[in-house]
Design a protein around this ligand. Sequence first.
Ligand code: HEM
Length: 469
Amino acid sequence: MFSFGFKEPEVLERKGPDFFEPARPAAPPRLMPLAELVVNARRNLLTIWPESDYRSTVGTTRVLGRQVVLVNSPESVKYVMHTRHENFERKSPQMRRALEYLLGDGLFISDGETWKRRRPLVADIVHKNRVPTFGKTMEAVTAEMVARWENMPAGQPFDVLLEMAELTAEIIARTVFGNDLGSHAANEVIQGFSRYQSLIDSFNLGYFLGANEGWPVLRGPRLRNSVKRVHNVVEKVINDHLAGKGEDDSMVQLLVKRQKRNPDLGLDLSALRNEAATIFMAGHETTAATLTWAWYLLSNAPWVEEQVVAEIDRVTGGRRPTVEDVPQLEWCRAVIEETLRLYPPVPILARQAREADRIGNIDVDPAALALVVPWLLHRANDLWDKPDRFMPERFLGEQRPIPYSYIPFAIGPRICAGMNFGLTESILCLAILIQRFKIRVAEGFKVDPVCRLTLRPRGGMPVTMTARH
Ligand code: HEM
């Protein structure tokens, strides 16, 4: 790709005996010129925000012909995500175009009537009341990982991002598709998704050049192949359930049961497939990223790690943590909440205005791009004390952030349907693994957060691990 005069931004990281400011790209002093902005946006969307955006603010600019509005204050977030939700519920053309081939009209990218009809259905099958059942799968899969890690040679570096991706993919595969999926089919789905993500571009030039719906993504043979791998497996599982084969508590089973009970729902094979694939995708990457960032933070803040391990010991008396323990694990929860503040897995929520509007004192064009950016909001220096520091204690006890300043799961009617699932899973997996293992980022590895669709460490996260006794 063209890279005239391109300079990688510096990555800042500071630490002392009792504080840790984890890696973040240095903010440019002012908004970049257009060509530089486009190159940087395609490489890493975290690097484009000037210093002045790290505070509560609402601003507007034009990229080529398109109005882009930055929505970065609690009041404006409330306005866009809640008050005027209907005008801003539509995902950006980038997001819709990037995912539509794989997810069709799945909840994550649908809007209007389809979204309204499907939202209660999907929200219900991943609802918090079902989390105790799904929790048993989380426990079992993590216990299998413990057994595997116990047989790994101590001190041998491995990529904890890959391990966490495998862990959360296995959990979501078993909860969505049931225990009988089999490892070959599970791998087909996991690899199909990961291949798909590596092939699509999250930047849609057509939209900025005036096409309100963006340009369709080119469906080349490799992309087609990755989609086929996922669809084949998911359709087979659904067909089996439709034919009455396999009774389990999986989410597919629940969807099929709903449809059988109420044919007016109109969930045909492709709708069932799209919703199952959506839940799989939405629930796997995000939790893997959260756990990976948590390992990085804890590895550099041993004073927090001590609190976490001591709490697990107090609550469990040495036995393996279970889903029933989660409400008592306050430090674990605070670590996960602080991790989600510093590294929100979905760092940018991009919406397309349906009609003209006014956010704060900014006039918004129809089809303008409204950007709610948890990455900026969570680090706004007028909303948070020492925003760049890892301080999980800010989430302990009754303390809560200023309303609409902390939105790792989005907010308003489109809030993450799997929030309780994702939180419980992150806390439980962390507790089970940290009780047995001490993880340290590999000596000399420079962590570099990078955002394309989700926020991940560039090149993974090499770590070493030792068993705790
Ligand atoms: C730590 C873990 C997770 C994080 C940080 C997270 C974050 C998010 C965010 C920010 C959105 C809104 C995106 C937008 O508006 O552009 C979202 C939507 C969604 N998430 Fe999650 N998520 C997590 C885990 C999960 C899990 C485990 C599931 C399912 C089991 C799930 C299912 C969904 C679904 C179905 C949507 C679409 C909701 C709608 O549009 O109505 N998520 N998630």
